[in-house]
Design a protein around this ligand. Structure first.
Ligand code: NCD
Length: 355
């Protein structure tokens, strides 16, 4: 089955990802050619969780294409505050808008919402799970700044357990030949096992490191991330993890001259500000690339009939998902979707094992 929703970049082929990158580059070169490409179209941004870049870059993307936007960034100002279900909200909004961009603190929500949306729905982050359009941002940046998406040694550093940007990035770059990863985190915040499985399944080499100083000496890309305070069970656990990895001038002096530094932002002390003017610091430019990537995505989803995304084959499971952070816990009417992976049954919403 195929669809027009972007829930997980994994569902896209390498050709489709490259089509987005090519389109983004075309828009960057001649933005005037696209000023009326979405005249009369409406984007709804449903943000149940804080955002600066993702929300505003989607809104700006639609405005620059000639379209308009509706939406909320504080669900407490919408009927969600009265207890409206996700299903009802999405059913209604998808009869107003032509395309929906949604962020939610609960894992699997975008997938759940897509079951009830009549228009393309884009996952802008679902809890600690995935963030595919940040990965598009990262990929457009790599393509423009490194000239390739393959044969890269990428260090990812910080909260690799809860950082959804890292999960989406690894899943996507693991598809490209010759890429390898250095996973730099404390033992408590290393990537979830399902991400390690993906690396292994793709034959993608990876090392685990607990030292940013050592790792930085031999990388093409350093991807820094924030410790995700809001995803910790207690303030004490967060306090123990914050500021463990800080990229400062001393560490950067050990890095190759052509290494680039990316960060999805916001930064909370993990990169010192004196580095911002270093030519390798590309995190602000990266946010700008993101807007072009999102313009390209909107155009392809709305206008290119051939741009359809493969849908994972799921079945109804007799098991309930036990992940307390999964959307199936809060939206009880959802079908118990599951799929098979390596002989295991996985939840069709949050990708955690359910059997
Ligand atoms: C990221 C997110 O929301 O996951 N930010 C973003 O979208 N640019 C990273 C973060 O919040 O740390």
């Amino acid at each position: 089955m195929t669809n027009k929703n972007l829930i997980d970049l994994e569902a896209m082929t390498v050709d489709q990802i490259e089509k987005i990158v090519r389109k983004a580059r075309k828009i960057m070169q001649s933005p005037d050619d696209f000023r009326h490409a979405c005249d009369g179209k409406i984007l709804a941004t449903l943000f149940y969780e804080p955002s600066t870049r993702t929300q505003m870059s989607f809104q700006t993307a639609m405005l620059k294409l000639g379209g308009r936007t509706i939406g909320f960034d504080n669900p407490m100002n919408s009927s969600v505050a009265k207890g409206e279900s996700l299903k009802d909200t999405v059913t209604i909004i998808s009869s107003y808008a032509d395309i929906i961009a949604m962020r939610h603190p609960v894992e699997g929500t975008a997938m759940a919402a897509s079951l009830y949306s009549k228009v393309p729905l884009i996952n802008c982050g679902d809890g600690g799970h995935l963030h595919p359009t940040q990965t598009l941002t990262d990929i457009v940046t790599l393509s423009c700044e490194k000239g390739r998406l393959d044969h890269l040694k990428i260090g990812v550093c910080g909260d690799l357990l809860n950082g959804r940007t890292v999960h989406s990035l690894i899943k996507t770059l693991a598809k490209y030949e010759g890429n390898s990863f250095v996973l730099i985190s404390t033992p408590e915040l290393c990537v979830p096992l399902y991400i390690i499985d993906i690396l292994e399944k793709n034959g993608c080499p990876y090392e685990i490191s607990h030292s940013l100083s050592d790792a930085v000496a031999d990388l093409d890309v350093l991807y820094m991330t924030r410790i995700q305070r809001e995803r910790f069970k207690s303030e004490e656990e967060y306090e123990a993890q914050k500021y463990v990895f800080v990229l400062d001038r001393e560490k950067l002096d050990r890095a190759p001259e052509d290494m680039i530094i990316l960060h999805p932002l916001p930064r909370v002390n993990e990169i010192t500000v004196d580095i911002d003017d270093d030519p390798r610091a590309l995190y602000f430019k990266q946010a700008q690339y993101g807007m072009f990537g999102r313009m390209a995505l909107i155009l392809l989803l709305l206008q290119d009939e051939d741009f359809v995304i493969a849908e994972r084959e799921t079945q109804i499971s007799e098991h309930c998902c036990k992940n307390p952070k999964c959307v199936t816990q809060s939206e009880a009417y959802l079908p118990r979707l599951s799929y098979q992976k390596l002989g295991m049954q996985m939840c069709g919403f949050c990708d955690k094992r359910i059997d």
